[in-house]
Ligand binder design. Structure first.
Ligand code: ZN
Length: 235
């Protein structure tokens, strides 16, 4: 991860953006209005992560075809327009994992979660991200998980928390969207500046130019960072 020439870097940025767009992730797409996240600094709660859907794109890539149940009653708007989706993915070094989601076509309500087929112990995963290659490392995040990126921010469990299967880049993209909301919504110049600096930092991490720690804690055990270099410990 050394220095990169300017033009090469610009090119790389383009390529990276394109790549981020088509990066396959398994979470169904409808979005929650509320996200469970906050950035450490600036400390205002993020209210929406509209854009995070871009990071967590579109399909249920592998595993069985998802099963759908349509026409259920929505817990929010009570229209019978809720679709339940369930699919299974076999994740190497983690096992069979079920993906559940609820999407309401009337009010946009969305809820998703993941659950491992076999029950797992509470866990904590710590990953030192230090190269572009690390962006591909697979991440399973359940709704019970707390995602911590020291000095950047965290994603907390709770009502609005979703579970998903993604990769390190997907997690960073989500954090990026959260901070973008802070940057855009903040009235305070100092907060805006902090947000901008954090966004720059995240981009450098995505390009392998800066290191970062990623920690996932999950009392349900249904989360994982799947890599040889991850440190797994008891929670
Ligand atoms: Zn609804």
């Amino acid at each position: 991860m050394g220095e990169k020439k300017k033009s090469a870097k610009a090119k790389k940025e383009k390529a990276k953006e394109a790549k981020a767009k088509k990066e396959p992730e398994e979470e169904p797409k409808k979005e929650a209005k509320q996200e469970e996240a906050k950035a450490v600094e600036p400390k205002k709660e993020a209210k929406a992560v509209e854009g995070a859907k871009a990071a967590e794109s579109k399909e249920a890539a592998e595993g069985e075809a998802p099963s759908l149940i349509k026409g259920e009653e929505c817990p929010i708007c009570h229209n019978k327009t809720l679709t339940l989706t369930e699919s299974m993915t076999d994740i190497p070094f983690f096992g069979k994992t079920y993906l559940f989601s609820m999407n309401c076509s009337s009010c946009g309500y969305h809820k998703a979660d993941v659950e491992a087929d076999e029950s797992k112990e509470p866990c904590k995963y710590t990953l030192d991200i230090d190269s572009e290659e690390d962006m591909k490392i697979r991440v399973v995040k359940s709704s019970n998980a707390t995602v911590k990126i020291p000095h950047v921010g965290s994603i907390e469990p709770g009502e609005a928390s979703n579970g998903y299967i993604t990769n390190v880049e997907g997690v960073l993209q989500r954090m990026k969207k959260i901070i973008e909301v802070l940057r855009d919504d903040s009235e305070d110049d100092e907060d805006k500046k902090k947000a901008k600096n954090l966004l720059k930092k995240l981009l450098r991490v995505m390009w392998g130019q800066e290191k970062l720690k990623l920690i996932i804690e999950d009392p349900s055990g249904n989360s994982a960072i799947i890599s040889e270099k991850v440190v797994k410990s008891k929670l």
